[in-house]
Design a protein around this ligand. Structure first.
Ligand SMILES: Cc1cc2nc3c(=O)[nH]c(=O)nc-3n(C[C@H](O)[C@H](O)[C@H](O)COP(=O)(O)OP(=O)(O)OC[C@H]3O[C@@H](n4cnc5c(N)ncnc54)[C@H](O)[C@@H]3O)c2cc1C
Length: 455
């Protein structure tokens, strides 16, 4: 049922939870509204600060997702632009709402924003109620016996599984949706439509459910073996949906089959939760290396470094698997995990460029761009993070191609000119740069030890 501008309502503020099913915060808002005979005013705030950091692919994906959500809400989704600490209290006042309900946000910006919004609402005699999180287990909940955060993945995963999570719930029933006036249109949210990656995937809750069904109907059985093969459709492709909350990890975890492949898949979902937990405890870990030696690593800069960065970003390094990954990113706003690891390793250890530069580029381009998974994924590759791969593990682009793209099908898809005279020669020699990278790491470790002083 729908109604126009109410005198009294509950405002529900959508953020990274753009779905109706299995939504504890939305259920809480609907329950509260129904108990007092009031409607719910669903709201989305276009926060310029967040949108600017999104990049065109994520902006486009968001707009298409919001379009579907609006339809599911019988056209009743209020869209406002501005600073949330101004907009949310304003909408609450217009809608006559004492309470604004939302899902908790666990990332540093979201936590600071929510504190500002809660303070602004409170000053007006209203309140912000946060329910749940975008994770199966909210960050900060899984701790060691002594109450400390886990620094290493495997014991975290065990404790996370032991903690467990509730079964998913259905859609809210009996809700009355209402709106107040929107002040912008969907299209305004994409700053530069010409910069959006040409290949667009389907958005929304039903697209997410379809992907999960398709994955569970086939690829999950061979996931443990095929997940590293970018030439195969061996993974779920759920990451953008988990990013925008068109599916919740609970909904995925509830259907993961028993057996070795299911265990590996559950473990990958646990990496997402682990990285969110690390960021929760150490907000500085988004952009600062966690390993002391990481602070002393020497990075290249200047015009030649810039030219190498551009060749990497455009997929013109002369290393086919690296180039295929970077071109997949440009074409689709998504890249296979194996190739994310390789392209990141190449930037850091073959081109000697700061991992933060690569992380920022990925955040700009990826539809699933997520500060915790992306920046900790980069730190893992760079050997500077918590539970990181050792720095001396340097990915060889040729060896990775032999192992994970054995027939060259992935490279052929994205780098059709490979093997012809139009394809560039390698911009660096991998064997030489590997030695250079290891020398720089030794140098950084010695500097970190010196800075720590005698033990
Ligand atoms: C340098 C680098 C940057 C990355 N940036 C992001 C990012 O911005 N956003 C993002 O969601 N993932 C990121 N990842 C993790 C991983 O590459 C993607 O989650 C995965 O490729 C998404 O494809 P999928 O949904 O088919 O994954 P599947 O293999 O089907 O896995 C299911 C889900 O598990 C989670 N997951 C899988 N692998 C990882 C991982 N290594 N770390 C954290 N979560 C994982 C994701 O939510 C994924 O959707 C990054 C990895 C690296 C190495």
């Amino acid at each position: 049922m729908t109604t126009s501008t109410p005198n009294s309502s509950v405002v529900f503020w959508f953020r990274r939870d753009l779905r109706l099913a299995d939504h504890p915060a939305l259920l809480a808002a609907v329950d509260e509204a129904r108990a007092t005979g009031r409607p719910v005013v669903p709201l989305f705030v276009a926060d310029d600060g967040l949108l600017a950091s999104g990049g065109p692919n994520r902006q486009d994906y968001l707009v298409r997702t919001l379009g579907g959500l609006e339809l599911a809400l019988d056209g009743r989704l209020t869209l406002r632009r501005g600073r949330p600490e101004d907009v949310v209290p304003q909408v609450a006042a217009e809608a006559g709402a004492e309470v604004v309900v939302a899902t908790g946000d666990c990332a540093p910006y979201g936590r600071r924003r929510d504190a500002r919004v809660a303070a602004a609402l409170s000053a007006a005699g209203r309140s912000l109620r946060l329910v749940g999180s975008p994770y199966a287990v909210s960050p900060g909940r899984v701790t060691t016996g002594s109450g400390d955060p886990y620094r290493v993945f495997t014991p975290f995963r065990r404790a996370w599984e032991a903690h467990g999570w509730p079964r998913p719930t259905g859609r809210p029933t009996g809700a009355t949706w209402a709106t107040v006036a929107s002040d912008i249109a969907w299209g305004d949210l994409v700053r530069d439509p010409s910069a959006v990656a040409p290949v667009r995937t389907a958005t929304g809750e039903s697209a997410a459910a379809g992907l999960l069904d398709a994955f569970l109907g086939g690829p999950v059985a061979t996931y443990a073996a095929d997940r590293d093969r970018p030439d195969l459709a061996g993974t779920s492709r759920l990451s953008p949906h988990l990013r925008f909350g068109t599916i919740h990890p609970r909904q995925v975890l509830a259907r993961v089959p028993a057996g070795p492949s299911g265990d590996v898949f559950r473990s990958e979902l646990a990496w997402r939760e682990f990285y969110a937990d690390v960021l929760w405890h150490r907000p500085d870990s988004a952009w600062e290396p966690l390993a002391p030696a990481g602070r002393f690593l020497r990075w290249d800069s200047g015009p030649e470094a810039d030219a190498r960065f551009a060749a990497w970003a455009q997929g013109r390094t002369g290393y086919p698997l690296v180039d295929a990954g970077m071109r997949q990113l440009r074409a689709e706003g998504w890249m296979h995990n194996r190739v994310r690891m390789l392209t990141a390793s190449f930037l850091v250890k073959d081109l000697h460029l700061d991992w933060r530069r690569g992380a920022a580029h990925f955040m700009d381009q990826l539809i699933d761009g997520d500060l915790a998974s992306n920046n900790h994924g980069w730190q893992w590759v760079a050997g500077t993070g918590t539970d990181a791969a050792p720095f001396h593990r340097v990915f060889s682009p040729d060896r990775q191609a032999e192992r994970f793209d054995p027939d060259g099908a992935y490279v052929a898809r994205y780098v059709p000119e490979h093997g012809s005279s139009g394809y560039p020669a390698p911009i660096v020699d991998h064997a030489t740069e590997r030695v250079e990278a290891l020398a720089r790491w030794d140098e950084a470790r010695a500097a970190a030890a010196g800075a720590a002083g005698p033990s």
